[in-house]
Design a protein around this ligand. Structure first.
Ligand SMILES: C[S@@+](CC[C@H](N)C(=O)[O-])C[C@H]1O[C@@H](n2cnc3c(N)ncnc32)[C@H](O)[C@@H]1O
Length: 303
């Protein structure tokens, strides 16, 4: 169903205690979660996923391993409140394996892929505005901004204009691909898939992907018990930059009091970096699964 990227490295880096409380923020098809559950016979696992298909599949899988888990079928941005509702204010480890799962990208009907024909959807949660709603309602400037910001696409304006000119005829993924190719024309002779960046940008916008990472990571850091670890796998530079900056901020003395003699506790760092450079997949893993190509694992520990 889904190949869990950097699985061995992720599980090892969590330092799992059999009595600990752990959180899998991106349950997916429970590749990582089932491994954690097997190791915490007397502990507890909380998991999040906003995709109802992933939750249905993983509920069955986890139940075959144990009953010491609870799945919150919602966005991980609600982590602090959801755990509080279970009287949990401290945990021993949290993992994020960001982005989409293989079943999401491989199912035509979810509309994530520029390789398969399907409705222009891209909603992980199957709720809210779809990619089609976005191209219908955003102006040329708004579309161009997201293509530039989330796709780092130099021809964002040209592509946005062409999409708006043809918007009433774009209902499916492959119809959007055709319009993008038409817009970039000869400018993209060097790229096999000029649509890749535009699909990435639309997906990020539809799912509010970067905003929720910025919001949840400070909460996740504060939820960790002393010695607890937070492990995050990212799949593109925009995500990785956010993770790296937040980890840097919380692992240094607050800039307000840097250089002072007696630093009050509230300004001291909350975490230390476990690895200065991110862990990347081995050559062996890359051979097995080319999708792990851009994966990076960053780990911090609460002090
Ligand atoms: C890469 S997959 C995780 C795969 C999982 N580690 C495994 O081993 O099967 C990412 C999953 O996170 C979910 N997801 C992504 N962003 C989310 C968010 N903000 N809130 C909740 N779930 C999210 C997606 O729906 C997807 O199922």
């Amino acid at each position: 169903m889904h190949y869990s990227v950097l699985k061995k490295e992720l599980i090892e880096s969590l330092n799992i205690k059999s009595t600990g409380i752990y959180v899998d923020a991106t349950l997916g098809y429970a590749g990582d979660a089932s491994e954690i559950l097997r190791k915490i016979k007397r502990g507890y696992l909380f998991a999040f996923d906003q995709d109802p298909d992933a939750v249905a599949y993983s509920t069955k899988l986890l139940s075959s391993i144990g009953s010491n888990y609870k799945i919150f079928p919602c966005n991980f941005v609600n982590m602090k409140e959801c755990l509080k509702s279970e009287n949990i204010t401290g945990v021993d480890g949290i993992i994020f394996d960001l982005g989409f799962s293989s079943p999401q990208i491989d199912s035509e009907e979810r509309g994530f892929s520029f390789m398969h024909d399907g409705p222009l959807d891209m909603r992980m949660s199957k709720e809210g505005a779809s990619a089609k709603d976005i191209i219908d309602t955003y102006s040329v400037d708004e579309l161009s901004n997201i293509f530039y910001k989330y796709g780092e696409e130099r021809l964002s304006k040209v592509i946005a204009r062409k999409i708006k000119e043809n918007v009433s005829n774009i209902n499916t993924t492959l119809e959007l691909v055709d319009v993008i190719r038409d817009a970039v024309g000869a400018n993209y002779f060097y790229s096999k898939h000029p649509e890749r960046k535009i699909f990435q940008a639309l997906r990020i916008e539809v799912n509010g992907e970067l905003k929720v990472i910025e919001e949840v990571l400070p909460d996740a850091i504060k939820l960790l018990n002393k010695g607890g670890r937070l492990c995050v796998i990212t799949f593109h530079s925009l995500e990785d930059r956010i993770v790296k900056n937040i980890f840097k901020k919380y692992s240094e003395v607050d800039a307000l009091v840097k250089g002072e003699k007696d630093i009050p506790d509230e300004y001291k760092p909350l975490i230390k970096l476990v690895n200065k450079k991110p862990i990347v997949p081995s050559d062996e893993e890359l051979k097995e699964n080319s999708r792990s190509n851009s994966a990076k694992l960053r780990i911090v520990e609460r002090i």
